[in-house]
Write a protein that binds this ligand. Sequence first.
Ligand code: ATP
Ligand code: MG
Length: 344
Amino acid sequence: MILDQLIGFFSSDMSIDLGTANTLVLVKGRGIIINEPSVVAIQKNKNGKTRILAVGQEDKNMLGKTPGSIEAIRPMKDGVIADFDITEKMIRYFIEKAHKRKSFLRPRILICVPYGLTQVERKAVRESAMSAGAREVFLIEEPMAAAIGANLPVREPVGSLVVDIGGGTTEIGVVSLGGLVISKSIRTAGDKIDMAIVDYIKKKYNLLIGERAGEEIKIEIGATIPLDEPLISTVKGRDQVSGLLSSIEFTSEDVRDATKEPIKEIADALKDVLEIMPPDLAGDIVENGVVLTGGGALIRGLDKYLSDIIKLPVYIAEEPLLAVAKGTGKALEEIELLQQLANE
Ligand SMILES: Nc1ncnc2c1ncn2[C@@H]1O[C@H](COP(=O)(O)OP(=O)(O)OP(=O)(O)O)[C@@H](O)[C@H]1O
Ligand SMILES: [Mg+2]
C-alpha cells in the first residue's frame, strides 16, 4: 500500500475527457494542461503505418484542407470512438505530453467515456490506455463526471439532474448516493445543430457552407429563444445554382428556425427522463432544478427554453465546457470514489 502510494505520488495521476469535439487532459496537482479540439493529424508512411503528428487546434484548422500523405481526422464520432488505433496513439501522445517523457513510472489514468459505451468498447478504451503506458485505468461515465464537475452533491441521498450537451452526444443523468440512477444518451448535440444550420442554408438559400461555418454561426449568433435584439451575421458560401461565391445575411431568428428539430430532441430526451423519475428523487429535482454542462449549454437561451418546457428551474454550470474535466479532476483526488466508480 505504502509502495503504491509512493509510486502514485511520483507517477502523476491524470485524467482524460475524450470528447467528440474537445479533449481535455488534467494532471493531479497541476489542473487542466491540455484543452484542444479532438482532431488528430496523422501521417501514413509507405508500409501503411500511421504516425500522429499533432493533436488539437492547428489540426482543426486543417480539416478538409490537408495535402497528400497527411490526414486530419476526428477519431470520435457521435460520442463513440470510431478508431481505436488512433485513440491509443492519442492517449500515448497525451501521456508523453503531460509528463514530458521524463516520467519513467506509468501513470494511473481516469478516462471519461460516454454513457452507453458497450462492454466491448469499454474494454477497448481500457486496453488502449494500458498499452499506451498506463499503470492502471479507471473509467468514469460522462454524466457522472459532469455532475461532479458542476459541484452537485453526487454522494448525498439527494437526486441531482445534469444534462451534458457536447459535440456528439447529449447525456442526461440523475445522480444520487455516488451512482447514476437514471441515464439517457442521445446522439443529438452540437454537431447535429451545426448540420441543421448547414442544411437549412442549403435548402432555403441554395448556399453551400461547410460544417465549421455552421458551428461558427451557431456560436456567433445562435439562439433558442427570441432575443430582445436579434443578432445578425454575414454568411459566405457557394451558390448551388450559379456555382459562384455568394453571401447572405443570417439572423439569430433564422438559427432558431434552423435548429428547432435538434433542440426539440434534446428537450424531449429530458422530458423522457423526468417521466421515469422515481417519485422520491423527483422532489429533489423540483427543488434543485436541472444543471446544464458541455459546450451546448452555451447556446443563447437554452436554459430558459428548457425551463419553459419542463416547468422547472434550469441552470448553466460555471464554465460548462470544463465541467466534465473538472469532475474527473475531483474524482482523481478521491481514490475510494474512483474505485467505487470503477465497478464496470
Ligand atoms: N458559445 C457556444 N455556443 C454554442 N455552442 C458552443 C459554444 N461553445 C462551444 N459550443 C459547442 O459545444 C460543443 C462542444 O462541447 P464539449 O466540448 O462539451 O463537447 P465534447 O465533450 O467534446 O463532446 P461529447 O461529450 O459529445 O463527446 C461543440 O458542438 C461546440 O460547437
Ligand atoms: Mg463531453
